[in-house]
Design a protein around this ligand. Structure first.
Ligand SMILES: Cc1cc2nc3c(=O)[nH]c(=O)nc-3n(C[C@H](O)[C@H](O)[C@H](O)COP(=O)(O)O)c2cc1C
Length: 232
């Protein structure tokens, strides 16, 4: 593959929030997981497990847990200054488009396997390695989905301690496994809005950190406020 094709794939991977209900062939789902199998992992620990969910009743229950989590997040957000407040969109978020999506893949991981690493690595950086491992596998799945003409959405709420116990019980997930994020897959029903991407020059520092590029608290606040406006 040449760089241009690779970059095109990277750019066309978007978070899709409205899906068509059309089913996805199991072979296509397998192709997506196949890519995740080759993700890098600390000490080649490969802690991942993938739960593929297509049953409408099970999917509805998961969506309800995710919505419950959203309702709590939304209440807490009210305590925040209005300009910085995160606002959920009516479509795709409050009435989640994921309801229509035919396949959910819940990514779980077994942290016990981090024992393949040096013990001090596990003790001091086990958690961050664990998340990085699963995030890498997740990203490979999203890219594979894009390459296959499918849309995907990351639902990180499944990792929230508020709803994790319910998902664990629903899907019979052993206590030794941790629940990470869920990949929602389907054919996209609408093209996502153009995304804002920071300029390369803003984030690249040659040889050492370039102080002229340091973002003050005011700059960070401005970025957050702009993000809120872009979402409207
Ligand atoms: C760690 C992480 C958590 C995310 N959680 C969610 C989520 O819970 N729901 C969602 O719709 N998108 C989620 N996203 C997707 C981001 O909102 C999205 O990547 C970002 O807005 C850029 O848009 P793009 O993916 O279309 O490029 C998450 C992404 C990452 C990397």
């Amino acid at each position: 593959m040449d760089y241009e094709s690779f970059l095109e794939l990277v750019k066309c991977r978007r978070s899709v929030r409205t899906f068509k209900p059309d089913p996805i062939p199991r072979e296509t789902v397998n192709q997506i997981i196949e890519a995740a199998r080759f993700a890098p992992s600390a000490g080649n620990s490969q802690p991942w497990e993938f739960i593929v969910i297509t049953d409408p009743g099970t999917k509805d229950k998961i969506v309800e847990f995710v919505m419950e989590n959203h309702r709590i997040l939304e209440k807490v957000e009210l305590a925040r200054e209005e300009e910085l407040r995160y606002v959920w969109k009516e479509s795709g978020e409050k009435n989640p488009g994921i309801k229509q999506a035919p396949v959910f893949i819940l990514v779980c991981g077994d942290a016990r396997i981090s024992g393949v690493n040096p013990i001090l690595t596990t003790l001091t950086r086990g958690d961050s390695h664990f998340d990085s491992n699963l995030s890498g596998a997740f990203l490979y799945m999203s890219l594979a989905a894009a390459a296959l003409g499918l849309g995907s959405q990351r639902v990180s709420a499944t990792g929230s301690p508020i709803i994790k116990p319910f998902i664990r019980a629903l899907l019979n997930i052993p206590p030794e496994l941790d629940i990470y994020h869920m990949c929602v897959l389907g054919y996209q029903a609408a093209t996502p809005k153009e995304r804002y991407v920071r300029d390369r020059d803003e984030m690249v520092h040659d040889e050492s950190y370039d102080q002229t590029k340091y973002r003050s608290d005011e700059d960070i606040r401005h970025y957050i406020v702009q993000q809120r406006q872009r979402r409207r």
